[in-house]
Design a protein around this ligand. Structure first.
Ligand SMILES: [Fe+2]
Ligand SMILES: [Fe+2]
Length: 199
């Protein structure tokens, strides 16, 4: 595990101070959430630190890397290649750093939109990213979301994606199909739809 951690920490150390600060705050929230849900704290920390390793990559480079790794690129991502930073980051960790922890790689891959197959570690990383206290202006319902996330990861993911889909639609933008699929999956699994906009 030591070599594995040093690979991720080494890659993170190459990122900007601003991005590193976001990753550290995300890891801090994950350290709060993980033990409440039986998720390994060290792996949640590493997944959190790794989730934005490709965030600073220029759009052209993301498209180039997506082609190199033969990642499918849908219409929403073609329109906004920045959205590929999760899948590209996961491929870099797998192929360049030799990270074989599937859970961590999926957490990185799916941290932007969630995914029907997201496991608890992935849900912790997904929510911790949104619960970075520096994002309070973007997500003013953070205190509520943190409360729900401490109690029930599925409910928190469902509430967040429901809010996010509504916000994206209200802004006249395209909705990423994975976010819709993740939401449908949670509802099909019996998670209750939030009554309204938590904001
Ligand atoms: Fe991200
Ligand atoms: Fe992030």
């Amino acid at each position: 595990m030591a070599g594995f951690a040093s690979q991720i920490e080494g890659r993170v150390a190459t990122l900007s101070a601003k991005l590193q600060a976001h990753l550290e705050r995300t890891a801090g929230v994950a350290a709060d959430l993980a033990p409440r849900h039986g998720v390994d704290v060290e792996r949640a920390r590493l997944g959190s630190l790794a989730h934005d390793v490709a965030k600073a990559m220029p759009r052209e480079e993301l498209l180039r890397q997506a082609a190199r790794f033969q990642l499918p690129v849908n219409m929403v991502e073609r329109n906004n290649p920045g959205l590929l930073h999760g899948p590209v980051g996961a491929e870099l960790l797998k192929n360049e750093d030799g990270i074989e922890d599937q859970s961590i790689c999926e957490a990185v891959c799916w941290h932007t939109f969630a995914h029907p197959d997201l496991d608890d570690l992935g849900k912790v990383v997904f929510l911790a990213d949104k619960l970075d206290p520096a994002k309070i202006k973007r997500y003013p319902f953070q205190p509520h979301l943190l409360e729900v996330a401490r109690d029930d990861l599925d409910q928190a993911v469902l509430e967040f994606v429901t809010w996010q889909i509504a916000a994206v639609m209200a802004a006249g933008k395209m909705v990423h199909p994975l976010m819709v699929e993740a939401r449908n999956h949670l509802i099909a699994a019996g998670i209750n739809t939030p009554a309204g906009n938590p904001a």
